[in-house]
Design a protein around this ligand. Sequence first.
Ligand code: PLP
Length: 465
Amino acid sequence: MQYVSTRGEAPVLGFEDVILSGLARDGGLYLPETWPQLSPETIAGFAGQPYAEVATQVIKPFVGDALSDEVLGQLTRDAYAGFNHPAITPLVQTAPGEFILELFHGPTLAFKDLAMQFLGHLFAHVLEKRGQRMTIVGATSGDTGGAAIEAMRGRKGIDVFMLHPKGRVSDVQRRMMTTATDANVFNIALEGNFDDCQAILKALFNDHAFRDRTNMGGVNSINWARVMAQAVYYFVAGVALGAPYRPVSFSVPTGNFGDIFAGYVARKMGLPINQLIIATNVNDILARTFATGVYETGMVIPTSSPSMDIQVSSNFERLLFEASGRDAPRVRAYMAGLSQSGRFEIEQSAQKKLHQGFAAERVGEDEISQTIKLEHQQAGYLLDPHTAVGLAASRKTSRAGQTPMICLSTAHPAKFPDAVERMSGVKPSLPPHLSGLFDREEKMTTLPNDVSRVRDFIDKKVLPA
Ligand SMILES: *Cc1c(COP(=O)(O)O)cnc(C)c1O
């Protein structure tokens, strides 16, 4: 399988190079040249299979000849061996036709573990084979950081530098990053918000000299492997509820658009998905874009669902590329508009395509609070604030007939204990494997919101290749 950039000016790459490079050299994001298809028989055959087995089959067409079936099978088994639920991603019913897909049974209690654990094993395998080192630089609104560090800590040949917005992540989120004492892990608390972290990350990727001397790679969802690995649970959940013989719908708490784009990928591969609901909190750039056709960044407002406090949604560029008929010059023009004036207007024909495939809903803080409280009172089920955004959004959207609605639960409530306690009256407790989290020592460096300071820091710490 070959991969092309959304901006059309970076080299076409094979699987290994695409996963090691992260952002394309023209500033775009990579996508497979064509969408592989899984037949209804293949999809039906996923019923009752272990998660790792489904993962192997869904991922295989994207890998092509880059990994043998045996190696890929081993990587997926290793990736999901450390999860704390035998189903990996269990479904829980909350109402007639309404289900929660629990994606938080990995080591850091958020859905990021599903892709990141696979990525850790994949990187280690490919780097060892090539005899290379790699510097991972990432930006996190809270959950990517912990998941990446957990997946990469102590790995030979990999250094990890993770930028988080200082003071804007929960204590649990921060400690999951900063208590990793391994010599290859560097946490940077940036004096800015998540969009600032992401802007620095992109500036470093676009500094080709830096990028080459550090052999920089990325683990944000700009990395194709993340999105690919996330398509798996759409199949697992869909098949459990009757796909491919009956369609299913999903509601997805959305920030950077990686997770929901994985749903789009599953649909492109043949999973019959009726509705894909983009659920946003008050940082509603995507809901506004769907309502007006204009993508326009605003100020980031801190909320109880911090992992979605984002105004620049990176993976939306992938969807724009698709909706505009893979018109790379058009995407370049949109992105130039965004960097020059903070906005661009989407062509009518592309807008129509977006509306055919997706709906978008914004959920306010009061609605989040109400949803958490009522769900606990009525169903005895404790939601985290991100999941509550998804559930509330699905209930606001008019439902397509009998199609089951699957709401992705992106985090465990214990990852946001203060907000959950305030809203439900119940303090969720951390699972046993994390019980010592608040006793451990923290290690991090605070840096100003300045690319050159971050670059200098990384240059000084990175081991010579
Ligand atoms: C990352 C994250 C999201 C947003 O996912 P995107 O792929 O960035 O859209 C939602 N909820 C939680 C808990 C997250 O960690």
